[in-house]
Design a protein around this ligand. Sequence first.
Ligand SMILES: *Cc1c(COP(=O)(O)O)cnc(C)c1O
Length: 376
Amino acid sequence: MGNSIKMVDLHGQYLKIKDEVDQAIQDVIADSAFINGKQVGAFAGELADYLGVKYVVPCANGTDALQIAYQALDLRPGDEVLMPAFNYVASAEAAVLLGLKPVFVDVWEDSFNINENLIEAQITPATKAIVVVHLFGQPANMEPILEIARQYGLKVIEDNAQSLGSVYQFSNGETKLTGTMGELNTYSFFPTKNLGCFGDGGAISTNDQDLAQKATMISRHGQGQKYSYERIGCNSRLDTLQAAILSVKLKNLDNYLQSRIDAGHRYNQLLGNLTKVVRPSENSWAKHTYNQYVIRLEKRDQIKELLKTAGVPSMIYYPSPIHLQKAYDYLGYKVGDFPAAEKLCNEVLALPVHTEITLQEQEYVISSLIQSINSL
Ligand SMILES: *Cc1c(COP(=O)(O)O)cnc(C)c1O
């Protein structure tokens, strides 16, 4: 059993839609419009429909999507962008490349997401935007964040790379998909995301026509008319092949999400009230889609090794916070600045969760985990 458990099972997922995917790939090859083929626009339209937004601008990956979003909002060197201290590097990196200053905000220990109560303390006259990252499939608490943004005139970018299909519920009962509430929202179709392609891919969503046009222009070298460059842009395209594959997979997305949610809930049940493991929380406002199932525990590194010996893969997202990384030294942060993020980096462990995982596999994961804990 142990040896067959995978952190993700992309091939197993492919086999279930093999005929349709293979046909879609053959269709692209038949046309050989590998760049900007008709499948790209078709997928953008389908994703916009799924999200219920007016515009989706495809691009090459989720990191580019963030950079293009910053540029489309006309952020300037020296502008400060708030973002969570416990996060993937992309939002900070893209900001720095544009001369913007990433300013971190600590997170909630239980949900891993930005702590909305700590946002205002980081706002200065230079603050222009906030990147809300919905981590591991769970929505951050958008209602107070949107309110703070409104009060201070900040732009909101939702980094929805990990949470396509997750839902946020407002206090009046209204619900919205994550990635539909900011001025601009970003997506990654990296293979392990909720909607993954067979390589790199990304997108930006918005309801604002002007921002959609700007984002489109930026992703095409800032080009208006052919060979007329109206602003500084970049080259960031979603390949036609990836778009064709994504269209097939988007039709299955709701099934994929349900498989992840079921797997997440099964882990919750299997863990029961095991005291040495903190289960991932599900906030009352959240439909959590379990892009990752992340537990917290002491002696994390030892237990990870023991699990590996038992044939159970696991991953650490993230082993070190951005503010303590070498490349970001110059920002002047130090140990202790973001206690929750620093603590999480020492305690988090992502267990295998994907659309193909079986109950038997999950039982084996948890029994191996319990054995590992008891052996220490
Ligand atoms: C994956 C990811 C990205 C970047 O996506 P790429 O397509 O790999 O560039 C950005 N932000 C978060 C939170 C991510 O998980």
